[in-house]
Design a protein around this ligand. Structure first.
Ligand code: ATP
Ligand code: ATP
Ligand code: MG
Ligand code: MG
Ligand code: MG
Ligand code: MG
Ligand code: MG
Length: 230
């Protein structure tokens, strides 16, 4: 490879500020679909949870883990996925922008690449975008709390969405359903689902209530993702 040396243009490189991940911290990249409220409507996602879309997200996440061996775990729900790198990763010299951008790029292209496998009868209407960020967690407790936070978010949204769409399916308008749910606590929503629709929230699929965890199986070849746990 040719390398330019001592040119009058060399100085522009110094405008590139280093952005290394701090040592001894867990780098976590979270990607999230851009305006998936619209994307899910345009593509007729089943409400509140379209299993094809959830499986496609997991296929895209698996492809990210195949590309980057230093990702030890991923957690996904709705239109988001979090990727946990090992603390001591040396990938891309720990440059945050590189890690964050290569994850979201591989995720996006894989989402489009695998689309027709999960939606064989539905053509992709436009190219979806995902954003990404990298956050560093200094302690194992911080990392566990981060993952718990995303899972609680999954639970809260899922419970709301189940109630909302059940009410809509029973004939209420979107606004009426919103009004009905305003100010309700989790116990109220449990009760509403049970008394009005005969649904026991705890019996709903774990995939919907808890999201998806992908872990790398160290026993197998480094590249092989054996276990997709719910
Ligand atoms: P890295 O992951 O570090 O970027 P890389 O292999 O992509 O590794 P680059 O310095 O980005 O390295 O160089 C891109 C390479 O891709 C070029 O050296 C060239 O071999 C190839 N390439 C890119 N565009 C073209 C093209 N239009 N025609 C032929 N080769 C190309
Ligand atoms: P932003 O660009 O700010 O992220 P957004 O519209 O993507 O905006 P989110 O908070 O990320 O907002 O919410 C994602 C939305 O995508 C959900 O509210 C839901 O409507 C929809 N969605 C995502 N996945 C599914 C799925 N598997 N089934 C049904 N709807 C889904
Ligand atoms: Mg290049
Ligand atoms: Mg958002
Ligand atoms: Mg989104
Ligand atoms: Mg989201
Ligand atoms: Mg390159």
């Amino acid at each position: 490879k040719q390398v330019m040396t001592h040119s009058q243009y060399d100085y522009v490189k110094s405008f590139e500020i280093p952005d290394p991940c701090l040592p001894n911290c867990w780098p976590v990249v979270r990607i999230d679909g851009k305006n998936f409220h619209k994307f899910s409507t345009t593509h007729n996602f089943e409400k509140p949870n379209d299993d094809r879309a959830l499986k496609l997200m997991t296929a895209a996440a698996t492809s990210v883990m195949d590309l980057l061996n230093d990702i030890v775990l991923a957690y996904g729900q709705s239109d988001e996925y979090s990727f946990v790198f090992k603390k001591k990763t040396k990938a891309y010299n720990r440059r945050s922008s590189k890690l964050s951008s290569v994850v979201v790029s591989q995720f996006s292209t894989s989402y489009v690449y695998h689309w027709k496998k999960y939606f064989p009868d539905l053509e992709l209407q436009y190219p979806p975008a995902f954003d990404s960020r990298l956050v560093l967690y200094p302690s194992d407790k911080n990392l566990r709390d981060y993952l718990s936070w995303r899972q609680v978010d999954c639970h809260i949204n899922n419970m709301y969405n189940y109630c909302f769409w059940k009410l809509v399916q029973s004939g209420l308008t979107h606004v009426e359903s919103q009004e009905r749910l305003k100010g309700t606590l989790s116990g109220d929503k449990n009760e509403l689902l049970f008394s009005q629709f005969g649904i026991n929230y705890n019996n709903l699929p774990q995939l919907h209530r808890k999201g998806t965890v992908i872990i790398r199986d160290k026993e197998r070849s480094t590249n092989h993702l054996a276990k997709i746990a719910r």
